[in-house]
Write a protein that binds this ligand. Structure first.
Ligand SMILES: [Zn+2]
Length: 290
């Protein structure tokens, strides 16, 4: 795989401990580490544990075990579970998230949405509120109310990619995405953005499936006046595919590194499997083992 040379000083790997790490995670981390090495950049380990209901201690431990087993280096961040809980958990940064939510409320760029999952599913929309919540002006402090961002206020988005500046608009399915959930917890797009700004990340490597998240976060960054985020360099890498071209997911337990280790695979074996699952997207000649 030919990796471009990119200029940035600090990047991150950001697993979510809601399952055992799988080959897709390892691909993302290995590409991140390789690009950081080429750029002479630092790599921060950031563990996204905001969703407390899905986080389990064994999944947090698995992150440390897998990074070590797969020989993926990082220069900053926690070295073990205890250090993570104490200094790096997203719980530590809750005040930052709530401060940002307050800014959005004061600016008048969020609105309450009390639509249920069933209603949203009935409208066949994963994101956005096709109801009239925006006009209803629901009290933001009312129980069971999502906070949605008025995404149309930022019409054009600019993303600094390894291929140059991409100017585009937010895709329809990200319209008025949720920034605070009904339980009062900050939502993923907000915590991810705040963390990257907080840690001065200037290079982000993530899968192609997160391109829409990148655009959502650029929209949010504009509302929070995080001008530095517009300078962040993004590299979206191709995903792993299995034989039936289905995207690998955590639910497919057979792709977890734990499972592959139990079968007796070495890290080299696992990297070989990952290489065989890389789907060429441009032309076959541009891909090779790395
Ligand atoms: Zn609604």
């Amino acid at each position: 795989m030919n990796l471009p040379h990119l200029h940035f000083h600090r990047t991150r790997i950001a697993p979510t401990p809601s399952g055992y790490l799988h080959m897709g995670n390892v691909l993302a981390f290995a590409i991140t580490a390789a690009l950081a090495h080429k750029a002479g950049a630092d790599v921060l380990l950031r563990i996204d544990d905001m969703d407390r209901e899905r986080v389990r201690p064994e999944y947090v431990q698995d992150i440390f075990d897998t990074l070590q087993f797969m020989d993926i280096p990082y220069t900053e961040g926690p070295r073990d579970v205890q250090q993570f809980e104490l200094d790096y958990s997203q719980q530590v940064r809750l005040p930052l998230y709530h401060k940002a939510l307050e800014q959005l409320r004061e600016k008048g760029v969020v609105y309450g949405c009390d639509c249920t999952r069933t209603q949203l599913a009935g409208w066949n929309m994963e994101h956005g509120c096709p109801g009239s919540c925006r006009e209803k002006a629901l009290a933001l402090d009312a129980p069971d109310v999502n906070w949605r961002l008025k995404t149309n206020l930022v019409p054009m988005l600019h993303v600094n990619t390894h291929e140059g500046i991409v100017t585009t608009t937010l895709p329809a399915e990200m319209t008025d995405f949720v920034v605070r959930k009904k339980d009062g917890c900050p939502a993923y797009q907000l915590t991810s953005l705040i963390d990257d700004v907080f840690y001065n990340i200037d290079g982000i490597v993530r899968g192609e499936d997160l391109w829409h998240s990148t655009l959502a976060q650029q929209n949010l960054a504009a509302q929070l006046a995080f001008t530095s985020f517009q300078e962040v360099l993004f590299y979206h890498h191709p995903l792993l595919m299995n034989e039936t071209d289905k995207k690998l997911s955590k639910s497919a337990g057979a792709t977890s590194i734990q499972y592959l280790r139990k079968l007796g695979n070495t890290s080299a074996d696992i990297y070989t499997i990952i290489g065989s699952l890389l789907k060429p997207v441009v032309n076959a000649d541009s891909w090779r083992r790395w």
